[in-house]
Design a protein around this ligand. Structure first.
Ligand code: APR
Length: 174
């Protein structure tokens, strides 16, 4: 069952040893602040160079690079929507980030993936609404896939962790 693949982790995503961590990226794939800045710092300068070679990435889509000095083998760069009040397709764009990241992981044969709370920092997406979209879009996408077998929602703060705790089936969190 898809629900058995979901975990919750509170902490720094750059510390996780998984096949891929997802970066809450910008559409130019440049090193930024927030989780993006932390990932680039931990991966080293090769990551920015790899991103330059990829070029850009439209909102809602995802691109994959190696993880370089990170404990995770790969980084999947997903570009979330900037919150504009909720009627500009933000929900669908955010759901697409999760779907497209899982599709890329599957296509690359990856078993484990960790997501941050995409768009909920600098991009201003309300955390509760984003968490519902994250969990529901991942659950839906996993029903259609054999891989990844392990999906971790990695949140930074206790408030966001509590929101995910309520959304995830009991027994699926750590
Ligand atoms: N590990 C896990 N989560 C983190 C970390 C970390 N090391 N650092 C920050 N976060 C959390 C934030 O608390 C927030 O809930 O990641 C979530 C996403 O926040 P942002 O990093 O601000 O991402 P986003 O809102 O998608 O904005 C993207 O910010 O850094 C730029 O290049 C990035 O332009 C892009 C924009």
């Amino acid at each position: 069952m898809a629900d058995q693949k979901l975990e919750l982790h509170q902490g720094d995503i750059t510390q996780l040893t998984v096949d891929a961590i997802v970066n809450a990226a910008n559409s130019e794939l440049r090193p930024g602040g927030g989780v993006c800045g932390a990932i680039h710092r931990a991966a080293g300068p090769e990551l920015a160079e790899a991103c330059r070679q990829v070029g850009g990435c439209p909102t809602g889509e995802a691109r994959i690079t190696p993880g370089f000095s990170l404990p995770s083998a790969h980084v999947i760069h997903a570009v979330g929507p900037v919150w504009q009040g909720g009627s500009q397709g933000e929900d669908e764009a955010l759901a697409n980030c999760y779907r497209n990241s899982l599709r890329l992981a599957d296509e690359n044969g990856l078993d484990s993936i960790a997501f941050p709370a995409i768009s909920t920092g600098i991009f201003g997406f309300p955390a509760d609404r984003a968490a519902e979209i994250a969990v529901s879009s991942v659950q839906r996408e996993l029903r259609a896939r054999e891989r990844p077998t392990r999906v971790i929602f990695c949140v930074f703060d206790a408030d966001t962790a509590a929101v995910y705790q309520d959304l995830l089936p009991s027994g699926s969190t750590q």
